[in-house]
Design a protein around this ligand. Structure first.
Ligand code: RP5
Length: 171
């Protein structure tokens, strides 16, 4: 199987950020989908508590740098998406990373329970959430980017084709 195209771009529209290197094994699924859909993106480790200054710079410069969506993944006390959302009007999609201690329920509640006023669009825990964050980011961009709209439609069609009508016996 061939690897999906790398979405890395010097003019990214989507920023994929995560609190730790350990989150990459989850966020890489968002990265792959962005590559498949041809969405220009960048990826960064931005920790709310270990690199707070990097967080402030990333969030406050996001809009002027041309980012249209930020996908932010974190685990445990997952304050990264909410902190970023507090400092930019760029839409933030939060991906709760599956934690060792509480299987990601802590991450989910930390991200989803934003007080009214500072929204974070929160996805499912783990790989499914990362994939859906990328699909949602593409859908947000699609009205302005016909090639992304076409890629999104093709992705859905391929998904539909992959579902067999009759279940096979399992060994
Ligand atoms: C959070 O703490 C990160 O988002 C990560 O999910 C979690 C654990 O980080 P490491 O201890 O693996 O760096 O900040």
């Amino acid at each position: 199987m061939t690897a999906p195209p790398d979405p890395s771009s010097d003019r990214p529209l989507v920023g994929v950020i995560m609190g730790s290197q350990s989150d990459w094994s989850t966020l890489c699924h968002a990265w792959e989908v962005l590559g498949t859909l041809g969405v220009p993106a960048e990826r960064r480790i931005v920790s709310a508590h270990r690199t707070p200054q990097r967080l402030v710079e990333y969030a406050t410069q996001a809009k002027e740098r041309g980012l249209r969506v930020i996908i932010a993944g974190a685990g445990g006390a997952a304050h990264l998406p909410g902190m970023v959302a507090a400092m930019t009007t760029v839409p933030v999609l939060g991906v709760p990373v599956e934690s060792r201690a509480l299987s990601g329920l802590d991450s989910l509640l930390s991200i989803v329970q934003m007080p009214g006023g500072v929204p974070v669009g929160t996805l499912a825990i783990g790989k499914a959430g990362a994939i859906n964050a990328a699909l949602l980011a593409a859908a947000i961009l699609a009205p302005d980017l016909p090639e992304v709209e076409a890629a999104l439609v093709a992705w859905r069609e391929a998904q539909t084709r992959a579902v067999a009508e009759i279940p096979l016996d399992e060994a």
